[in-house]
Design a protein around this ligand. Structure first.
Ligand code: PRP
Ligand code: ZN
Length: 304
């Protein structure tokens, strides 16, 4: 029997993008939650080894549907894909079947309107009667409706950025990450419709018994991993009188621990979990402010 069929499942199944922008960071995030897999030869299904949590490697656009159909329990996908398909389902009068469970803090991009370089952009009102090419017709239509603008939505499955030059549309609505694609096509981003990033997607309702416990454990680990993702543990020593000044340099530190040293009445040891970037420049500032023996340690996980 194929691992993809068979009625009741006590294993959890997570769909991620097979290849593309979100694929590697999604795997790395799940691995940081203690998951590991035995790769199958076709690399579409990875059997979970440390935990009964398997991976399905698919096209990102298929992920919401796989969750809706119960083929997968969870997925890592762009918010843009999830909301577009949710909008499409709603427009067709279908029930809500999936939702965003957690933002994941990577794969950031924006769904934006972009106009040809020569345009003099004066705001959304200018869009009336225009043709807008996009792969996100539901999100664009909803936005146009909210703005009270009647424009024509031209749905394309890809290569949206060349539509204005081909005369298929006057402007486009597409994802912008670095902005390189727009620039290469003489287009200028003018309006943001949606801030997107990778999210953990799951069913609209909760899981039943067997898988609920497993999903809860995964979420706990995920929250712990996300919380310390960019965090570092900072250790140093300093004279007591310099403490206020030093703490003012650590606005991103979570309640720093201050300890008295065995020797030296006036000296303290500090330990702080910093959520911002701990750069060389910050270390140098702390040193100038009187800190000694600065040490930065990576944080691998946290269980609140
Ligand atoms: C998006 C979008 C652009 C490109 C923009 O496609 O459709 O082609 O990324 O990125 P840039 O601003 O860094 O140049 P994506 O890679 O997400 O692929 P897909 O939409 O075909 O899944
Ligand atoms: Zn895609």
């Amino acid at each position: 029997m194929s691992p993809l069929t068979g009625a009741p499942r006590d294993r959890l199944r997570i769909a991620i993008q097979k290849s593309g922008r979100l694929s590697e960071p999604a795997r790395a995030l799940l691995a940081s939650c203690g998951l590991s897999w035995r790769e199958s030869r076709d690399r579409l299904f990875c059997y979970g080894e440390t935990l009964p949590i398997d991976l399905l490697l698919v096209r990102d656009d298929d992920i919401p549907g796989l969750i809706a159909d119960g083929v997968c329990d969870l997925g890592i996908v762009g918010r843009n894909v999830l909301l577009e398909q949710a909008g499409e389902r709603a427009a067709n009068g279908r029930a809500e079947a999936f939702r965003e469970w957690r933002p994941l803090g990577f794969g950031g991009c924006r769904l934006m309107l972009a106009v040809p370089d020569g345009w003099d952009w004066r705001g959304p009102a200018q869009l009336a009667g225009r043709r807008i090419a996009t792969s996100y017709p539901a999100l664009l239509s909803n936005w146009l409706q909210e703005q009270g603008i009647a424009a024509q939505v031209v749905t394309l499955s890809g290569s949206v950025e060349i539509a204005p030059r081909l005369g298929q549309a006057d402007l486009i609505c597409d994802l912008v990450s670095s902005g390189a694609t727009l620039a290469a096509n003489q287009l200028r981003p003018v309006q943001t419709l949606l801030e997107s990033e990778a999210v953990l997607a799951g069913p609209a309702r909760d899981f039943e018994a067997e898988r609920a416990e497993l999903a809860e454990m995964l979420l706990r680990r995920l929250d712990g991993a996300l919380r310390v993702r960019h965090s570092k543990l900072l250790l140093f020593q300093a004279p007591r009188r310099l403490l206020p000044q030093l703490l003012s340099l650590l606005p991103d530190a979570e309640s720093p621990t201050v300890m008295r040293l065995d020797q030296g009445e006036d000296d303290l040891a500090l330990q702080a979990l910093c959520h911002g970037a701990v750069t060389w420049q910050r270390l140098e500032e702390l040193k100038r402010a009187g800190a000694r023996g600065l040490m930065v340690l990576p944080v691998e996980g946290m269980l609140a």
